[in-house]
Design a protein. Structure first.
Lengths: 249, 249
DNA sequence: TAGTGGTCTAGACCACGGT
DNA sequence: CCGTGGTCTAGACCACTAG
């Protein structure tokens, strides 16, 4: 047939930002930067069509993405509502950590973020390419009800995170900081879990007898920034607070 | 404008199976029943359009569903390929269990499936409504390299699973059996993880000294059958084989 | 070059929520 | 009733894969 009424002029022939991606990014930023707060509704699909001069199919494609990533939830006849994201993530969390947020949860830095060389303490294999550069490292001790429950060590490549060593953490959460300050989201993880005897150091930190069983979790988190992976080694005293994990399709 | 060329006659006005759902179910069954085997390609989107007399949008909607649930993966320019599903599930698995499949993995039933009353040993809360009925229970000891690594107890409501106590497990996998015999899929889980001293019984079963640290995982699995939840208590010796977990958006 | 999936348009009807 | 999201049609062009 003829050359399709218009579709899109060759403004977008090759390598270009897809339209749904543009809407997606705009909305995501709006959520992360607080333009759209939790429980607020995004503009309706038709409004978004007008705003961006695109069809509903494309708008819906963008919203589907946000839905899949847990930023919004849709309500038939009402609209797309912004929700707390973490619920939909299959991330490990100490029971009563982020859920029972705020109350009686504390975090102590044993080492504030610094730039250094990669460690040998990471049990999950780090891609050799990454090891060529340096990394950021920080170490924390996390409390629930004034009791230390998790000793945490984190490594990540020191690339692209503007001024990371001087960044303060939003609500003591590294992930929330990544999201709101750098617009980077965690999109996946792989972990290995072991039961071990507490080392002398961990026993002291977690205030338990040496040789008490602790949970040792090694994780690599994948993010929306292609080369940014986060490596964590967690040591948890689960006597009172088990570690939880949920996932849903 | 006039009443839309045709769209769909009022054959589907209210409450009816959506068209994409029909395609989805057909393809899913095809995968589960072996019509489409792993690594095979599904019919192309255009073929499916013809087969079902629908448009590509609708076909793609069905495929998106299968994609999200991890049944297929798409290859631009080639087609939609059937893949091993578990990879995309955030399910806990003993490293080298299903992955290093077959070789040196064994399973021993300590208790074959029986019908009985609900237990008090389940640490994750069971919905009171479920407890009114009876449940199926089975208990297994699982080996890697001839070494016992996991002691597993499982409970599930005894409703709707035709002849479950006499069912043989496909490839020693309960989930594969659910999928291929009952067309039921695991769609989510919630778990709690603890490090504990091995009990006398578990120490014997797992061939370790009593008081050695083991991983205790309590899980409830959600399935595509609304009221069917599966409760598991796992006791793992992670000295050689850590437990793994992955998830991806 | 043919075929497959990826993106997008323009427009329709249906079902749900609140006024 | 109107507006919002849910489903679907018909057809287009683009980008990738393979013979």
């Amino acid at each position: 047939m003829k050359s399709g009424h218009h579709y899109l002029p060759n403004v977008y022939p090759n390598m270009s930002e897809k339209r749904y991606r543009k809407v997606y990014n705009a909305l995501k930023s709006g959520i992360q930067l607080g333009t759209y707060t939790v429980d607020a509704y995004l503009p309706s699909e038709n409004e978004l069509c007008d705003t961006y001069g695109i069809t509903r199919t494309t708008v819906r494609r963008a919203l589907d993405e946000l839905l899949k990533e847990g930023f919004i939830q849709k309500e038939h006849g009402k609209g797309s509502k912004v929700v707390e994201r973490r619920k939909s993530l299959g991330l490990l969390s100490v029971k009563g950590f982020s859920e029972a947020v705020g109350e009686s949860v504390k975090t102590l830095f044993l080492q504030r973020p610094i730039e250094k060389n990669w460690d040998n303490e990471i049990t999950i294999e780090v891609e050799p390419e990454l090891k060529k550069g340096s990394c950021y490292y920080f170490e924390r001790l996390r409390f629930v009800d004034e009791k230390p429950v998790m000793h945490e060590k984190n490594w990540l490549p020191s690339t692209g995170l503007e001024d990371f060593t001087n960044t303060f953490f939003v609500e003591d959460s590294f992930f929330k900081t990544l999201s709101s300050r750098y617009l980077i989201e965690v999109v996946g993880s792989t972990s290995e879990i072991r039961a071990e005897f507490a080392s002398k150091n961990d026993a002291e930190l977690l205030n338990i007898e040496q040789g008490f069983p602790i949970l040792h979790i090694s994780i690599v988190f994948f993010t929306s920034k292609p080369k940014l992976k986060i490596y964590s080694e967690l040591y948890c005293n689960t006597r009172e607070f088990p570690v939880g994990n949920s996932f849903h399709l």
